[in-house]
Unconditional design. Structure first.
Length: 319
């Protein structure tokens, strides 16, 4: 990488950290730097944190003059075309903040900004599990559920840039209240916190579950990771929770198939390891979950990028 004339920088901005990386044309992250996000004070404090992360990459033998472009995964809501961060709940210092413009002033290179799920979907299309497909539906499952839609190897943004919020597609009008204000979003039913919540609700019926031991008898300490571990050893409580979760995800994905009929579906995010052994169980549930006559012709794949999907995705915006 030291011999390359130019490099692409990918920056992943979160509420508590900024991670930056140098990404090769093959999608390899060859250098990394991480620093805390300055989420308090002025908008300039946040910009300074981003700049600190980028400057930290130069110890890899690359000078700032070699940067050809900077891609950024930023918290939404945002406007991808203008690069304006509108009003992110977890970063209140940025309100209608022209992040792309401010970064161009610092580095004098093109800057592209998008949300993490859209960017990760593009990275998987360019370099990852979806590289053999032109039309892709990407799902990231962790503390929430985010999605990205790829048509003809490009992100589908919709009219204003707000398209692709598949995690807030409701499947139960009487379901739990979501942070978005709606009820029954798939995020409230199948993301990590929802898996843990259903386990806690069921444990009174399973006094012999190993989840009690894993949580040291504290019902509120049960996590989705514990459920996954218990499921792997056939714990009955965890099995019931995971069966319900697979039913919910399959029903929702069936609707996405009916709407989009993608060539492939890619699952990433922190919970992807939990679902990796269960892909065929999800696909089997598509029978009866959608009207598409050939749902099993659509591959369901695990993403290439894990925790570094934000860096790779940000770079993919400029690749």
């Amino acid at each position: 990488m030291k011999n390359e004339a130019q490099v692409i920088v990918g920056v992943d901005i979160g509420a508590t950290k900024v991670a930056a990386g140098l990404v090769s044309v093959e999608g390899e992250i060859v250098a990394r730097y991480r620093t805390p996000m300055r989420a308090m004070g002025t908008a300039a404090n946040g910009l300074a944190a981003v700049s600190t992360a980028i400057e930290g990459l130069f110890t890899a033998g690359v000078s700032r003059h070699q940067i050809s472009a900077i891609g950024v995964c930023a918290p939404g809501p945002l406007e991808p075309k203008s690069g304006v961060i509108i009003n992110p709940p977890n970063l209140p210092i940025w309100h209608n903040y022209p992040l792309a413009e401010e970064m161009r002033k610092l580095y004098d290179v093109p800057v592209r900004i998008d949300n993490d799920a859209n960017a990760a979907a593009l990275a998987e299309t360019k370099w990852g599990a979806g590289r053999d497909y032109r039309n892709l539906f990407y799902v990231t499952i962790g503390t929430g559920i985010g999605t990205g839609i790829i048509f003809d190897r490009q992100i589908f943004h919709g009219k204003t840039g707000a398209a692709g919020e598949g995690g807030h597609v409701g499947i139960d009008i009487n379901g739990p209240l979501c942070n978005c204000g709606k009820r029954g979003c798939i995020e409230t039913l199948a993301a990590g916190p929802a898996i843990a919540r259903r386990a806690r609700e069921k444990l009174s019926r399973y006094p012999g579950s190993i989840l009690w031991e894993m949580a040291a008898g504290d019902l509120h300490a049960v996590t989705s990771e514990m459920v996954g571990t218990a499921f792997a050893v056939s714990d009955p409580a965890a099995q019931e929770v995971m069966r319900e979760t697979l039913d919910l995800l399959a029903y929702w994905l069936g609707s996405m198939i009916d709407l989009l009929e993608p060539e492939a579906i890619v699952i990433g995010g922190g919970a992807s390891a939990l679902f990796a052994p269960l892909l065929e169980d999800i696909r089997a549930r598509w029978r009866g979950a959608c009207i598409n006559p050939c749902p099993l012709n659509i591959p369901l794949l695990i993403a290439r990028y894990g925790e570094e999907a934000g860096i790779a995705g940000a770079a993919a915006l400029c690749a």
